[in-house]
Ligand binder design. Sequence first.
Ligand SMILES: Nc1nc2c(c(=O)[nH]1)N[C@H]1C(S)=C(S)[C@@H](COP(=O)(O)O)O[C@H]1N2
Ligand SMILES: [Mo]
Length: 263
Amino acid sequence: MRIFKRPPLVGVDSDAALAEARQLIGRRIEQPARRAFLQRSLTMGGLSLLTGCSISDNAGVEAALTKISRFNDKVQGLIFNPNALAPTYPESMITRPFPFNAYYGEDEIRLVKEAGYKLEVAGLVADRKSWTLTELRAMQQQDQVTRHICVEGWSAIGKWGGVHFADFLARIGADTTAKYIGFRCADDYYTSIDMATALHPQTLLTLTYDGQPLPPKYGFPMKLRMPTKLGYKNPKYIQAMFVTNTYPGGYWEDQGYNWFGGS
Ligand SMILES: Nc1nc2c(c(=O)[nH]1)N[C@H]1C(S)=C(S)[C@@H](COP(=O)(O)O)O[C@H]1N2
Ligand SMILES: [Mo]
């Protein structure tokens, strides 16, 4: 795996905005900080008792922390309020230019061509047909100006447009009693979300950025946009989605980032 040390981003919001972002997501924002906190506040014996993992080696400590993180996911899921809305902003507050981010550099963007593209739908759904962009554009569209928060320490306001994900889930006959929705992306990124967030009124399957078809750097042909969740939970370049009761994990989540990753 390659992790890029990225240059400072230009055009991002001020420290004040970041402080506001931190407040929105609260103490869930900093995974490394959470880990340091756990390491400080729990004795190693306590950690092993709590998790049942052997913590005599690095792998054991990792396993223990993962178990605690999954426990936190459950707690966060329980306190998630499906009706609480993330703030929205006037268009004058849109951050320009909006930052690009991925687990690779901007010169390595995976270009997806519209010709031949279809969104694959699998798992616990009544209708597993694939969707063209034309079909998705024919559904009712919604615009939203919200703040995107990245755990790398920046936040920015952007405008995304697309289909209410709840509408799409209804259209494909998704089993909304299932626990997870997983996403696979054209750049081999993957992530997954809880059903309550999938059904949240601000969760959009976005096809546009700032009124234009989603540019390649922001995830053409589509990005799932959830203003209630941190940046890494918002998949770009989506190729396939599946409804499941089997925990699907995610690219960063499998490396220790908190799975729920939101408020
Ligand atoms: N397919 C894919 N989606 C992704 C990522 C990625 O590397 N690949 N990075 C995530 C992270 S960490 C962030 S902060 C946002 C960045 O989105 P942006 O480029 O529109 O700012 O995309 C998220 N979704
Ligand atoms: Mo991010």
